[in-house]
Design a protein around this ligand. Sequence first.
Ligand SMILES: NC(=O)c1ccc[n+]([C@@H]2O[C@H](COP(=O)([O-])OP(=O)(O)OC[C@H]3O[C@@H](n4cnc5c(N)ncnc54)[C@H](OP(=O)(O)O)[C@@H]3O)[C@@H](O)[C@H]2O)c1
Length: 299
Amino acid sequence: MSRMLPQILLPESQNEPSLTLPAVGQGTWYMGENLVPRQQEKDALRYGLDLGLSLIDTAEMYGDGGAEQVVGEAIRGRRDDAFVVSKVYPWNAARESAIAACERSLERLDIDTIDLYLLHWPGSIPLEETFEAFERLRDQGKIRRFGVSNFDAGSLRAMDALPAASECATNQVLYHLGSRGIEVDVLPWMQDHHRPVMAYCPLAQGGRLRSKLLSSSVVNEIADKHGANAAQVLLAWVIRPTSSNPGAPRPVVAIPKASTLAHVKANAEALTIDLDAEDLTRLDNAFPAPREPVSLDII
Ligand SMILES: NC(=O)c1ccc[n+]([C@@H]2O[C@H](COP(=O)([O-])OP(=O)(O)OC[C@H]3O[C@@H](n4cnc5c(N)ncnc54)[C@H](OP(=O)(O)O)[C@@H]3O)[C@@H](O)[C@H]2O)c1
């Protein structure tokens, strides 16, 4: 019997039933910028889809729309294999501008509907107005669900006062073994409200901690124990179960960006690594979570 791979559960929303997705997806920041051949980026994303990494995260910001175009080309002919997440700039998130921004994203992605549309970070446009636009987009069938990104606990509490807050499907935030601030207040809030967190930079891209994490003797010893490598342990840690039932939906989905087939394969295999209590204790001791609230880490 094949084993159940870890999944997250997106709650049902007004027009959509609840939905499970693999707890590892694919990021696209820096794609579509000619840093590596475009074909290589498309091949990586398509290989990820082959391996079941259906959630693809992008944004109008990445490559100035270039990443959305790469995603559009990668999913052409296999739309049903992909769950497409895109994000709107905060300054494009007003009543009318959000509609126009979404339409531009749809055009670049070459699809009719974005599965999940996020406000990229909090801005000066009232969230109520952004959510109104998101609800309109959903009613028009241009998006299926909506959510937020880079919201700290205070922003989440403020959001909760809005009628549309119950429709907010996720909060995408920076989270990796070297940056655990969300465990104090953001992650508990999301769990209390039965919404998964989407973890960006799960491999600490751009962070000074990346090499420290990847070369950590604790991380590497645990990797050896599981016949894995350090990056895979970092991903398995981000998506670890928090209940005693390993089959329960995971509270966090990791969205590593990979532009080589080897990295995509490694990231998909991270879904099969079960860190045990001893591993988790060793990682906690080496990279403890803060005890008090800290400001939200962003990149
Ligand atoms: N909401 C936000 O504000 C926000 C901010 C940042 C990122 N994001 C999203 O989150 C995604 C992930 O974050 P990120 O791209 O910043 O950082 P990341 O996923 O932590 O790191 C990406 C880097 O790790 C490398 N890599 C991937 N898989 C690997 C593996 N198995 N072993 C070793 N190295 C590996 C990649 O190399 P190769 O490319 O060479 O494979 C790339 O250099 C982004 O792409 C984006 O979609 C959202």
